[in-house]
Structures are given as structure tokens and as C-alpha cells.
Design a protein around this ligand. Structure first.
Ligand code: THU
Length: 151
């Protein structure tokens, strides 16, 4: 499974969002009390999840997407073709019930690293009470600087 058609991708949307919501349950966010979950679908069908991990030194906190990217890039021999990203967040136990949560600027850059390595432009599904916002990563971070610039 190296590529997926738009319709095959769309078929994975709900389950990827569900994985993100489940991942949000693992958030360590005692300071913001805002629990975020991210789920990343790779071309081989693998789903890699992450949740935000905060720190008493607030600025050191890690976003859910960044945690998921770190898992992918630190896994030996893993496929790195990123096809889709689902992000959700909100009050503990109630992800996706407030404003749409799109990846923050730093997370867009982190996601771009994996996307460029695998030569993909993943679809990003952002969860929220108003519905699911769908954008390609290249729309969220146009003209991104990445590994290709350093080759
Ligand atoms: N957060 C994420 O995990 N991902 C985002 O894209 C936006 C923000 C986290 C960081 C912090 O732990 C909490 O949400 C509130 O900002």
C-alpha cells in the first residue's frame, strides 16, 4: 500500500479521527488541561499516535503531533511515507467538542519533515464541534523549508 486514492483516504478518515481521540486520553496536560491527540497514517497502513506532554517548565511542553513525529523518526526501519494526519483536542475526556484544533506552527514544520522525507503531501483532518476541517499540509505550511533544502 504505497499510495491511496482520495476515496480510499476518505474511508480512513473516521477511524483515524477516532485514533486521535483515543490518543488524547493519554495526554499529560496538568497545566493547560487541554488534551490533544494526533494520529498519523503511514502508507503501509500503520497508525502512529501521540498526545501532548507538558512540563512544569511550561515552554518545554510537547504537542501531540510532535510526539507522534518523534515516534516515527526514532523507529528503526519504519516506513516514513505519511499519508494523513488527524488532530483533536479539548477538555479531558471530551476531545473534538470545542473549536477546531489545527496543528500549531511548530507542529506543521515537524510534520513537514516526515512528509518531505517520504515525498508526500498528507491530508490533515482537524477535529472540532463545527465539523472536520480538511487541508493538505502544503496549504497549512506553504513553501516549507525541509530536508530537501539541505540535500
Ligand atoms: N497542543 C498540541 O498538542 N497540538 C497543537 O497543535 C496545539 C496545542 C497542546 C500544547 C499544550 O499542551 C496544549 O495543547 C495547550 O496549548
Amino acid at each position: 500500500m504505497s499510495e491511496m486514492t482520495d476515496s480510499e483516504l476518505a474511508d480512513r478518515r473516521e477511524s483515524l479521527l477516532e485514533s486521535a481521540r483515543e490518543a488524547a486520553g493519554g495526554a499529560y496536560a496538568p497545566y493547560s488541561k487541554f488534551h490533544v491527540g494526533a494520529a498519523l497514517l503511514m502508507a503501509d497502513g500503520t497508525v502512529v499516535t501521540g498526545a501532548n506532554v507538558e512540563n512544569a517548565s511550561y515552554g518545554l511542553s510537547l504537542c501531540a503531533e510532535t510526539v507522534a513525529v518523534a515516534k516515527i523518526l526514532s523507529a528503526k526501519g519504519e516506513a516514513r511515507q505519511l499519508l494523513a494526519v488527524a488532530v483533536t483536542g479539548g477538555a479531558p475526556g471530551a476531545p473534538g467538542q470545542g473549536m477546531t484544533v489545527t496543528p500549531c506552527g511548530r507542529c506543521r514544520q515537524m510534520l513537514n519533515e516526515v512528509a518531505q522525507l517520504g515525498g508526500t503531501d498528507p491530508v490533515v483532518w482537524s477535529d472540532g464541534a463545527q465539523g472536520i476541517l480538511e487541508e493538505r499540509l502544503s496549504t497549512l505550511i506553504p513553501h516549507a523549508f525541509g530536508p530537501a533544502n539541505l540535500a
